[in-house]
Design a protein around this ligand. Structure first.
Ligand code: UD1
Length: 428
């Protein structure tokens, strides 16, 4: 077991390089098997969710080679039509993209119901609706999603809710369907556009990604390609919020500033300065933080994945801020950890009322999920004294070299192995 130990109170200065996008990588890597060929993918983030999806492909017979530290080559010619068991699928949400890709390639998929962060019920009804409308029979048997079709035929699919996962899964199944699939009320997140660009590089015909209508004309087959994943919007946003919360001057490099506009806008409202360059943003903050109201929305709104980090910043801003979560039912579970550090936050359903306090103080806290874990790091960085963060395996799911990157900005943060005895005492 490992913890992060942070001694807070340092401003952040310097440059940080953003890695490839987790949410794009976990869709693009399984999408590579649609080609039945060799695909090279660059700018892969070194995070545990990516290791897991590679492990699944490996278990299914694909050959995955590391070409260098951030490039892999996937040869899926020997991939077999095997089921994806609970032990592999239950660790993360994106395992469900194997349903779309296996259905596309083999017209048959058996994948255990996915795991992932717990923010209340996370239904997959829209994924299933999409597969059925493409002509598949879909049943859930003993916790396995079983989908099969004689053939997939394109059709018009209206998404009742804006869902990133369902939009991606239907795209994955539809690229090898016959005829035209139209996804209406599609999600518009940057990683949807990145997936569409990747599929098109393999010979697919996907248009309209990034708008709410995506049109996919099915191809006979796809071919290999070389593709570079976009930078991670949420990792970039996390360093931007950290810089604004701690104060200082940080250049966040290798980003697409357009993807960060909603985050930049809120940081400016809260008293930071944000300057955009071609592929970098600079965040400085020397004056006191002000309250501001934030509502999470599907892209291009403020991302739900930045909500916990923003809560930390607002917890030490002057005045009362309203933070409203409109994507998930239960995404304030981390608030108890922050109040133990001295934050004054009242949660009423999907609304958090945050009364800014002068300072937070370091205590032992838990990462309750991936982004809540990132929020605990920022809380530790601004808190007085020592913060110990437990359950950091959640943070490792989505942040490459987080300790090294923050330490290079001047933070006092370390990854410490806990002894077995300490772990037992802590568990008790
Ligand atoms: C969502 C975020 C994504 C983020 C991820 C983890 C949005 C639109 N998506 O993606 O950016 O990375 O959470 O925080 O902000 N839903 C259904 N039926 C379904 C699928 C989803 O009703 O079959 C609902 C969900 O309950 C939720 C909403 O749609 O209220 C968004 O879910 P979805 O976009 O699918 O979630 P993720 O893909 O996990």
């Amino acid at each position: 077991m490992e913890n992060f130990v942070i001694n807070g109170g340092h401003e952040l200065f310097g440059d940080v390089n953003i890695s490839g996008a987790k949410n794009a990588a976990v869709a693009i890597i399984p999408a590579a098997i649609l080609a039945n060929d060799v695909v090279r993918i660059e700018n892969i983030p070194k995070i545990s969710d990516v290791s897991l999806i590679i492990k699944i492909l490996d278990c299914m017979g694909a050959t995955v080679k590391m070409i260098n530290s951030d490039t892999i080559e996937i040869d899926s010619q020997a991939l077999r039509n095997k089921s994806v068991p609970y032990e592999l699928a239950s660790h993360f949400r994106a395992s469900y993209y194997l349903i779309g890709t296996m259905l596309g390639r083999f017209k048959n998929a058996e994948v255990a119901m996915p795991g992932g962060c717990d923010f209340g019920t996370r239904p997959i009804d829209l994924h299933i609706k999409g597969f059925k409308m493409l002509g598949a029979d879909v049943d859930i048997v003993n916790g396995m999603v079983c989908a099969k079709a004689e053939k997939l035929v394109g059709t018009s699919i209206y998404m009742d809710n804006v869902s990133v996962g369902a939009t991606i899964n239907v795209m994955l199944a539809a690229v090898l369907a016959r005829g035209l699939t139209v996804i209406e009320n599609a999600a518009k997140e940057p990683h949807i556009v990145d997936l569409a660009n990747f599929l098109n590089s393999m010979g697919a015909d996907v248009r309209g990604a990034g708008t709410d209508v995506i049109k996919i004309r099915g191809a006979e087959k796809l071919h290999g390609c070389t593709y570079s994943i976009i930078p991670d919007q949420i990792e970039a946003g996390t360093y931007m919020v950290a810089a604004a919360a701690c104060g200082g001057d940080v250049l966040v490099k290798n980003v697409i500033p357009k993807h960060l506009e909603s985050i930049s806008a809120k940081l400016i409202e809260a008293g930071a300065e944000v300057i955009e360059y071609d592929d970098a943003v600079r965040v400085t903050r020397y004056k006191a933080l002000n309250k501001c109201n934030v509502k999470t929305m599907p892209h291009p709104g403020f991302p739900t994945d930045m909500q916990p980090q923003m809560a930390v910043l607002l917890s030490v801003a002057h005045g009362t801020s309203l933070l409203s979560e409109s994507v998930w039912d239960n995404r304030f579970q981390y608030v108890g950890q922050l109040t133990r550090m001295g934050a004054n936050i009242q949660v009423d359903g999907k609304l958090a009322v945050i009364d800014g306090v002068d300072e937070l103080s370091g205590v032992k806290v838990k990462a309750t999920d991936l982004r809540a874990g990132a929020a605990m790091i920022i809380a530790g960085l601004i808190a007085k004294g020592e913060t110990v963060i437990e359950d950091i395996q959640y943070i490792d799911r989505g942040y490459e070299d987080v300790v090294q990157k923050f330490a290079a900005l001047g933070a006092d943060i370390k990854r410490i192995k806990t002894t077995e005895a300490e772990s037992i005492v802590n568990a008790g």
